[in-house]
Design a protein around this ligand. Structure first.
Ligand SMILES: Nc1nc2c(ncn2[C@@H]2O[C@H](COP(=O)(O)OP(=O)(O)OP(=O)(O)O)[C@@H](O)[C@H]2O)c(=O)[nH]1
Length: 196
């Protein structure tokens, strides 16, 4: 059984959005609402504690009514920097991360990523996987990994896959590959809007 008290979720909206021309991806409109709000609405069905990681337009994100955390390490070091920021500010033993650009992620994400920890107390993190391919931005990690992330980023590394390989982890398979469809360009956003 999932213990919601143990987990804080972070919506990662701190990227540069280069493939969207440098716009703030989380604030782009999809089905009449900002992308990050879609993520929030899905998380609210799963967990009670949620924050947003953003590095610009902070007022707009604060308008969602959640705590907003900024990267502590500068220079846009990738999604791990956002997970690091959330871990730094949270007192929850587990952090669940989701990106802001996957509007249909599974509604049983938190439950399924939490379950393996109950069977294996040594486990440090779980990562979503779909059709055998990992989706590493969808991660549930124990908060004691904060210093490990910090050391890794300070060494100039940034790839999540390389980081988690050093830790006891489990991949958790999800059935519906469409749920992990992410949007990288404004054209992809418009196409997804038409399809759905
Ligand atoms: N906090 C933080 N989050 C990031 C950073 N880079 C990417 N992300 C987040 O990680 C997720 C996946 O991001 P990407 O699509 O790889 O990067 P992006 O910045 O959104 O877009 P591109 O610049 O086009 O790659 C998104 O939720 C981003 O907001 C970063 O430097 N800091």
């Amino acid at each position: 059984m999932i213990d919601k008290e143990q987990i804080e979720a972070v919506i990662l909206a701190g990227g540069m959005g280069r493939r969207m021309g440098g716009v703030d991806k989380g604030l782009q409109t999809f089905k009449n609402a900002p992308l990050a709000l879609h993520a929030l609405l899905r998380l609210q069905q799963q967990l009670d504690y949620i924050c947003i990681n953003a590095n610009r337009n902070l007022g707009a994100y604060e308008g969602f009514g959640l705590p907003v955390v900024c990267d502590r390490l500068t220079d846009y070091q990738g999604p791990l920097a956002g997970i690091h920021a959330a871990m730094s500010e949270s007192s929850a033993p587990f952090i669940l991360s989701v990106p802001c650009d996957v509007p249909f992620f599974p509604l049983n994400l938190a439950e399924k990523l939490y379950a393996p920890f109950e069977d294996d107390p040594q486990l440090e993190l779980t990562i979503a996987s779909s059709q055998g391919k990992s989706q590493p931005v969808f991660m549930m990690a124990k908060s004691h990994l904060l210093m490990s992330i910090e050391d890794f980023l300070k060494r100039g590394e940034r790839k999540i896959d390389k980081w988690y390989a050093n830790h006891r982890h489990a991949l958790v398979e999800f059935d519906d590959p469409a749920a992990f469809h992410n949007v990288n360009t404004l054209q992809e956003l418009a196409e997804l809007e038409k399809q759905s």
